[in-house]
Design a binder for this molecule. Structure first.
Ligand SMILES: O=C(O)CCC(=O)C(=O)O
Length: 245
């Protein structure tokens, strides 16, 4: 199993994301690419498509990949010792083809409605598995705003967690008005995995030039206690994680 180093752990807490290279081996990468190329997609935009998969109860091709590659075990290394991430029940693939000018404004992923037990369908970590190289200048990955998860958490502790639903209704910038640093674009090789905090501001990057499709397989993972701790998880964004020394 790949180990998350203390530098990576500190970066996750400070910046809100890490990119771990070489998580998928060649065979796992080929399997994921073959699945992605045969999957059915909905249009999000003329050059941007979305595939959603709810996992089979047993023997699911994508859940098996998640487990075999040790993705959940890596994510667990970020958590406090008393917490674990649940194995996800669904996944998404975003496929972008050039030319695509991704919006360079941040968003967080829209929460769904409150469930009957009062739990909103938020999650803790966005896990993105890169199915192709993400290299500048033609094919970088997403934009991220380092440290924005902390600022968003402070904003929620001051204004209340209801803000996440208010922001979800807006059509423009789906992010609170906080003083963000400059964004960075994530780069790396196919088979890398990005772990991003739920509150991290991010945006799909532009995709230009000769590069073929850009495909990322996304999992949205939750801790086993999120139903009880979601308000704290939002207002104290580092509470589920081992605090960097
Ligand atoms: O992969 C991408 O292009 C961006 C995905 C994204 O913004 C999201 O999943 O919320």
């Amino acid at each position: 199993m790949l180990q998350i180093s203390s530098d990576q752990h500190q970066q996750f807490c400070r910046d809100g994301f890490i990119v771990v290279p070489n998580v998928l081996n060649d065979e796992q990468l080929r399997r994921a690419q073959a699945y992605a190329s045969g999957a059915e997609y909905d249009d999000l935009h003329p050059n941007r498509k979305d595939h959603r998969r709810i996992f089979e109860e047993s023997g699911d091709v994508i859940r098996d990949l998640y487990q075999e590659a040790g993705i959940g075990e890596m994510a667990n290394q970020l958590l406090r010792a008393d917490l674990r991430f649940e194995t996800p029940g669904h996944a998404q693939i975003i496929r972008t083809t050039p030319p695509y000018d991704g919006p360079a404004v941040p968003h967080f992923d829209t929460p769904g409605n409150l469930l009957p037990d009062g739990f909103p369908t938020i999650f803790n970590v966005l896990v993105g598995v890169w199915l192709c190289d993400h290299y500048l200048p033609d094919r970088p990955g997403v934009w991220v705003w380092p440290g924005s998860h902390i600022l968003f958490g402070q904003y929620l502790s001051e204004h209340g967690t209801g803000v996440v639903w208010e922001l979800a209704q807006t059509n423009g910038v789906r992010y609170p008005d906080v003083a963000l640093d400059e964004p960075v674009q994530l780069v790396g090789t196919a088979g890398s995995v990005v772990f991003a905090h739920y509150l991290l501001g991010h945006a799909s990057g532009p995709h230009q030039g000769e590069a073929p499709v850009r495909e990322t397989l996304y999992f949205r993972i939750v801790t086993s206690t999120i139903r009880e701790t979601w308000k704290r998880d939002l207002c104290e964004p580092l509470s589920p994680y081992i605090q960097a020394e």
